[in-house]
Ligand binder design. Structure first.
Ligand SMILES: [Zn+2]
Length: 240
């Protein structure tokens, strides 16, 4: 009997590197639960100012002299995002008309991306530049690796791993962009006294929990990359 990678399964037994994938999955699940719980906790806390997410976003944009960004609603929960190419700030149903501090925090974070865009923040520009390349790399990486394994051609597997590395570089580059957007959000809210100090600490909790989901996703991809490298190296060693 031959296993997935063409090795006799009975001899090599369980492919232990799969543990790396499981660790990555557990990290992502934990981060996702954490952000949901933290958001729900602060979604129940109404802001002292009574501002909705949309109003807070409008004020933040104005205070940063940004007049060309349109705020609009988007379906779903926590689907908020900023689209630099169209200068659109999408706020989800749980954010746009809510006066909770969670909503204000999320809206402010998306404004942080609009501020990055307006100021030409380099990591954001870079993510936009490399995004098409990473999308292609992401599509071809696993097919290359599996096809390479099927025809037992190591250079093809290595090419697939390089493509995978390019694909996950996007996730790594997203990390400074996300942390910086939250930093700018908190800064504007504090500078203009839009929230109280206590509210600001709640907002920081929500934004940190959100940032951790990006950290978990990046860590999970790096663990997958490590697994692919280990599998390929074992394969090479066994052939010698
Ligand atoms: Zn973001």
């Amino acid at each position: 009997m031959y296993g997935y990678y063409g090795y006799p399964m009975m001899y090599y037994g369980f492919d232990w590197t799969y543990i790396l994938v499981l660790i990555g999955a557990l990290l992502s699940i934990a981060a996702s639960h954490n952000v949901q719980a933290t958001f729900e906790k602060f979604a129940r806390v109404q802001s002292f100012s009574g501002l909705t997410g949309a109003q807070a976003a409008q004020m933040i944009l104005e205070r940063n002299n940004i007049t060309n960004v349109k705020i609009q609603g988007i379906s779903g929960n926590l689907t908020d995002n900023y689209v630099p190419s169209r200068k659109i700030l999408n706020l989800s149903q749980s954010t746009i008309n809510s006066t909770s501090i969670a909503a204000i925090g999320v809206a402010a974070h998306e404004c942080g991306h609009a501020i990055q865009d307006a100021k030409g923040y380099q990591p954001l520009v870079l993510t936009r530049t490399i995004s098409p390349l990473c999308a292609i790399a992401s599509k071809v990486s696993l097919p290359l690796i599996f096809f390479g394994i099927i025809i037992s051609y190591t250079p093809l597997i290595k090419l697939g791993i390089i493509a995978f590395t390019i694909a996950i570089s996007m996730q790594l580059l997203t990390l400074p962009v996300e942390f910086d957007a939250s930093r700018r959000a908190v800064q504007t809210l504090a500078d203009y006294g839009m929230v109280t100090d206590q509210e600001l600490s709640g907002i920081k909790s929500v934004l940190t929990a959100a940032a951790l989901t990006y950290v978990a996703a990046a860590a999970s991809s790096v663990l997958q990359l490590l697994r692919l490298v280990l599998i390929t190296r074992n394969r090479d060693n066994r052939r010698r």
